[in-house]
Design a protein around this ligand. Structure first.
Ligand code: SAM
Length: 332
């Protein structure tokens, strides 16, 4: 489809991440640690399913092709399957995915698939029960593993598994996780720790770089870059040199920024357009929709906001400051 939505740097906007709730049932230390929970939006500010459907449909009519539901934990939003079914009917979506912590996935994977979901990404930061518990605050490793198996069984494929690698926590598990990708035929994606945690515990020293991750995997398994380059994707992708199933993705926004090819924008649970994870300003699509704007006015508003998309993030500059609203409120 023709890219109708472009930012001021000529980047086509193809990918919309829709946060359906800012609440989460896990307390991952790198995202939403105990002791400092940020304020969540009042219910009346949260977009209804009809509002999300309308906004998504407008974005898709402007050339967006990939929709990812996220949060907070999207499966905490009541009857998320209803929203999935509404979005699945929108003509022009090539990929309708959901990112989840996997807590409820085992029992709901089949329903999500039936509703029209294409695939899931599951967060899994450790294969060790104690470290998983320490990271998330929830002692439910087996349950999440069962969720991954269920997603595969019902064909929510390819299942992607996300691990944020943090020094002193799970950096010694990188090669084991690559092995997990092989034995379970999943795409294992290793993500650099970004300064987006509500507890402000991020330091550069705790970031395990993409280069370190690649080296740790290569010590055990030969990785071969997949053909065709990354395009606008966040991950650099690799397959295993010995032809084993599974795939590796390395997402290195801190040490190998990929802003020049960014095709993403976000819609927060309370209806704010967020043009970059590290934006300092948000744009209230909710206010525009609730002011009974015409469809043409909504289109015009979205187009004007795209022109404000930041050229890049500034994590590596001395003047960098963490945005006020962090990952769980933005939608990862
Ligand atoms: N609750 C869902 C989940 O657990 O996947 C969806 C929301 S979560 C915010 C989305 C993704 O953001 C997860 O893969 C999570 O690991 C990642 N994330 C959260 N905080 C992060 C940080 N500070 N740096 C890098 N990734 C982060």
């Amino acid at each position: 489809m023709k890219a109708l939505l472009k930012d001021s740097y000529g980047r086509a906007i193809r990918d919309l991440r829709v946060s359906v709730t800012d609440k989460c049932n896990f307390r991952c230390f790198y995202c939403l640690p105990h002791g400092s929970p940020p304020e969540t939006a009042p219910k009346s500010d949260v977009l209804s399913y009809e509002e999300i459907e309308f906004a998504t449909e407008v974005f898709v009519s402007l050339g967006v092709e990939k929709i990812r539901l996220t949060g907070g934990e999207p499966m905490l939003r009541r009857d998320i399957e209803t929203l999935v079914a509404k979005l699945a009917r929108i003509h022009g979506i090539k990929d309708l995915a959901l990112t989840t912590n996997g807590f409820n996935l085992a029992e709901r994977a089949a329903g999500l698939k039936a509703a029209g979901l294409t695939r899931v990404t599951v967060s899994l930061d450790s294969l060790r029960r104690d470290e998983f518990h320490r990271t998330t605050g929830a002692d439910v490793l087996d349950r999440v593993l069962e969720g991954i198996r269920a997603a595969q069984r019902v064909g929510l494929a390819p299942v992607k598994v996300n691990a944020v690698i943090v020094r002193g926590h799970n950096d010694s598990e990188v090669a084991d996780m690559a092995e997990f990708a092989r034995t379970h035929a999943v795409t294992m994606r290793f993500i650099e720790y970004m300064p987006l945690d509500s507890g402000h515990g991020w330091t550069r020293e705790r970031v395990v770089s993409g280069a370190e991750i690649r080296a740790a995997i290569n010590e055990r398994f030969l990785l071969v870059a997949t053909r065709g380059g990354r395009g606008s994707e966040t991950a650099t992708r690799y397959r295993f040199g010995d032809g084993s199933p599974g795939e590796i993705g390395i997402i290195a926004p801190v040490t190998e920024p990929f802003c020049g090819a960014c095709s993403r924008v976000r819609l927060t649970a309370d209806g704010q357009i967020r043009t970059c994870l590290f934006s300092k300003v948000e744009h209230s699509l909710r206010d525009v929709i609730r002011a009974n704007a015409s469809r043409a006015e909504v289109v015009e508003y979205i187009e004007s906001v795209m022109l404000k998309k930041e050229p890049r993030h500034y994590i590596n500059e001395t003047y960098f400051e963490q945005p006020a609203r962090t990952m769980s409120l933005i939608g990862g």
